[in-house]
Design a protein around this ligand. Structure first.
Ligand SMILES: Cc1cc2nc3c(=O)[nH]c(=O)nc-3n(C[C@H](O)[C@H](O)[C@H](O)COP(=O)(O)OP(=O)(O)OC[C@H]3O[C@@H](n4cnc5c(N)ncnc54)[C@H](O)[C@@H]3O)c2cc1C
Length: 468
């Protein structure tokens, strides 16, 4: 049986649903095909349950500073971890229901629950059905990587696909891989009483390339649980438990969270039938501004292209792909200033150009603001970390920055907005800063940066001359 449509979308995650929105707006006949659980990675096992889990851990952790604020009884507080995880799942269900209620629940036979694979650039095999489409959007997401050598460790290891399904947390856990996910869940688990050991083969955490911010983040997080950096982890079964080795350090734990990255879901798509050369990871060539694959009527959006595996980028890519799939010519769209947040405490944030791409250039300057003296941070008992900002030396145009700072999630947005608007550091200082707020730390970093750039305004810092 062959069904003919104008657009076929493979994957009903964030990218696929955003693509569908554009295709619908254009009034095109479409099918949305999803293998696996619908409801999006974000809502089911990603952004939302992880943030719910982190919130509980952060609230519980707050008791540790109560005595400093003359509040007694903090040491008597306890958390029922099983119930906490149930609460996370309840919230997760609400988020998933919301996604389904606004999307696939309202589709009739336009929604197919099965896996799709290419048999030609414009034809898909989905179960017994063949779909012929004028354009196809690939939005199949990604899957946690578990190295083959660890696969027979059974449920001694866990990935984010199952983490929130656990009835309770283990007494001890190694976190293998200290990128965004490992750091967020590792710190939260530690704050909920799990004896956590963090291991990463690299000397950096959260993918930081700025050495000042990386060092500060390691010191702060390393104060809460041990971080073994610079040696790859080796895992072996130890009875029901797990022995973890990294260099000459070793520990026996109940479980390991494997957070060594995610692999694009390309394998089952038979992309060789597109007739274009695939790279060593099996990815076809595509244009990140149109999302078009080679010159085919095929588009690839979201985690599956492995480029920017974060939610707002998946949404943008889905909208670009859907918009173009519904039209005959592929239009290019500007991409946003990079912004990445690790929701550990304090937040780790990177914005714009990463330090590794700027380091060593004499046309670039950087300045920092330590969080220690920031008044509002001190009041909150969160005055740890540092903000670093980068600018073009001659013009003072902001290029980006990195930080480990309380409310970094908000500061990062302000910095990203300033970078994307093409502001100079002097212009960024002309914006309002209330007092006393954490944003004053960013203001401090900008003040220090202004000292280093050539383009200094004649007017007092922060003021703009009135022009009649
Ligand atoms: C623990 C965790 C925390 C995260 N936290 C954040 C965060 O705080 N902020 C943030 O920005 N990002 C976060 N992310 C990343 C974010 O969730 C992803 O970038 C985003 O969900 C990707 O959306 P997507 O549409 O590309 O993929 P998905 O939502 O995974 O959708 C892909 C869909 O395609 C289906 N599929 C796969 N293969 C096929 C096939 N052959 N045929 C048909 N269907 C198929 C899958 O079953 C799935 O439903 C987090 C991720 C994780 C795992």
């Amino acid at each position: 049986m062959t069904r003919k449509v104008e657009v076929a979308i493979i994957g009903s995650g964030t990218a696929g649903l955003n693509a569908m929105g554009q295709v619908r707006r254009a009034g095109k006949r479409f099918v949305l095909i999803n293998g696996g659980e619908p409801g999006t990675t974000c809502a089911r096992v990603g952004c939302m349950p992880s943030k719910a889990f982190i919130q509980i851990a952060e609230d519980f952790h707050r008791r540790k500073i109560f005595s400093r604020h003359a509040i007694s009884g903090g040491e008597g507080l306890s958390v029922d971890v099983g119930e906490a995880l149930e609460h996370v799942r309840d919230l997760r269900d609400i988020f998933v229901d919301r996604v389904l209620g606004n999307s696939t629940d309202n589709l009739g036979d336009e929604f197919i629950q099965d896996y799709a694979r290419f048999i030609a650039p414009n034809r898909l095999q989905v179960g017994d059905e063949e779909i012929e489409a004028d354009a196809i959007v690939i939005a199949t997401g990604s899957t946690p990587i578990v190295p083959d050598v660890w696969k027979d460790l059974g449920d001694r290891i866990v990935t984010t696909d199952r983490f929130f399904e656990m009835e309770t947390l283990p007494e001890s856990m190694a976190v293998i891989g200290l990128g965004v996910i490992g750091l967020e869940l590792g710190q939260a688990a530690s704050r909920l009483g799990v004896e956590v050991t963090g291991v990463d083969a690299a000397e950096v955490i959260s993918g930081l390339t700025d050495p000042v911010v990386n060092q500060s983040a390691i010191e702060i997080i390393g104060d809460e649980f041990p971080l073994w950096l610079g040696e790859p982890a080796e895992l072996s079964a130890e009875g029901e438990r797990l022995r973890v080795r990294a260099g000459d350090r070793e520990v026996v734990v109940d479980k390991a969270l494997i957070s060594v990255g995610r692999r694009p879901n390309l394998d089952a798509l038979d992309l060789e039938n597109l007739g274009v050369e695939l790279d060593e990871n099996g990815l076809p060539p595509y244009n990140p501004e149109t999302m078009q694959v080679a010159d085919l009527p095929v588009y690839i959006a979201g985690d599956v292209n492995g480029d920017l595996p974060i939610l707002h980028e998946a949404g943008d890519e889905g909208r670009i792909a859907g918009y173009n799939a519904a039209r005959s010519a592929a239009e290019a769209f500007e991409r946003k200033t990079p912004l990445a947040i690790t929701f550990c405490d304090p937040n780790i944030v990177t914005v714009g150009a990463c330090w590794s791409s700027l380091e060593g250039r004499d046309d670039v300057v950087a300045a920092e603001m330590p969080m220690g003296p920031v008044g509002r941070a001190l009041i909150m008992a969160k005055n740890k970390g540092v903000i670093r900002v980068y600018a073009d030396k001659k013009t003072g145009r902001l290029l980006g920055g990195a930080m480990v700072a309380v409310k970094g999630e908000s500061l990062g947005h302000l910095l990203a907005w300033a970078v994307q608007q093409g502001l100079t550091v002097a212009e960024a200082l002309q914006l309002p800063y209330y007092h006393p707020v954490i944003e004053e730390a960013l203001q401090g970093a900008f003040n220090n940066l202004l000292e280093k750039v050539d383009a200094k305004p004649g007017a007092p810092v922060g003021l703009k001359r009135k022009v009649d």
